[in-house]
Ligand binder design. Structure first.
Ligand code: GAR
Length: 221
């Protein structure tokens, strides 16, 4: 919790699909591991599993369908409006597969987190597990970072490093990385609501100490 805050932090989560990261964070809020509450979930796609999860958890949810807007600016404008209705302390991108406009990022700067399935700055964009395997990497992983105006950019907060095994397929690697997503995203959100991580002038700090470029690293065997 932010020191001056008496109420649990207000968190809005944006999704595009399955919503497993949203659920991991929701469960950590419910068990009070995170002193926060997810007060709204917004999906840019109708009918996705993440919306069913929100309904099951009794969390208000809505759809802002990007296909109904003629420009990125118009869509993001509507999204900003929907998010602002909740008055959030934190906006969490959890598998939200949209490129955001600079206006959007500026609006929520310093309170906008994203998870990306690679050891950023490596493998921005799509098909990260396949690309790591094809490059012959021995390690892959996942990163939670503050969002800047670059695609999958912004200072890293925490990474889980996962070994690539000789007999890995893209699917098996993705599954092991996703298990770690559900570990590190709740941790990062907990730190944020406790006021332990901040972004100042484009750099991330943990307990007022500048974080390394990788963010804090968790090595998984
Ligand atoms: C997660 O694997 C997340 O890392 C990825 O989308 C998936 C969403 O899963 N995000 C990105 O690729 C962002 N560039 P979920 O809907 O089950 O949380």
């Amino acid at each position: 919790m932010h020191p001056e805050q008496a109420e649990p932090a207000r968190i809005v989560v944006l999704i595009s699909g399955s919503g497993s990261n949203f659920q991991a964070i929701a469960e950590a809020c419910k068990s009070k591991e995170i002193d926060g509450e997810i007060i709204g979930v917004i999906s840019n796609r109708p009918g996705v599993m993440g919306l069913d999860r929100a309904k099951q958890l009794d969390i208000p949810c809505s759809v802002v369908d990007h296909t109904e807007y003629s420009s990125r600016e118009e869509f993001d404008g509507k999204l900003i409006h929907e998010i602002e209705q909740y008055g959030p302390d934190l906006v969490v991108l959890a598998g939200f597969m949209r490129i955001l406009t600079p206006d959007f990022v500026r609006r929520f700067k310093g309170r906008l987190l994203n998870i990306h399935p690679s050891l950023l700055p490596k493998y921005k964009g799509l098909h990260t597990h396949k690309r790591a395997m094809e490059a012959g990497d021995k390690e892959h992983g996942v990163t939670v970072h503050f969002v800047s105006e670059d695609l999958d950019g912004g200072p890293n907060i925490i990474q889980a490093v996962v070994p690539i095994l000789d007999d890995d397929s893209e699917a098996s690697l993705k599954t092991r990385v996703q298990q770690q997503e559900h570990v590190i995203y709740p941790i990062a959100v907990k730190w944020f609501v406790e006021g332990r991580i901040t972004m100042i002038k484009g750099d991330a700090y943990f307990d007022s100490e500048a974080l390394p470029e990788t963010g804090l690293q968790l090595n998984v065997n």
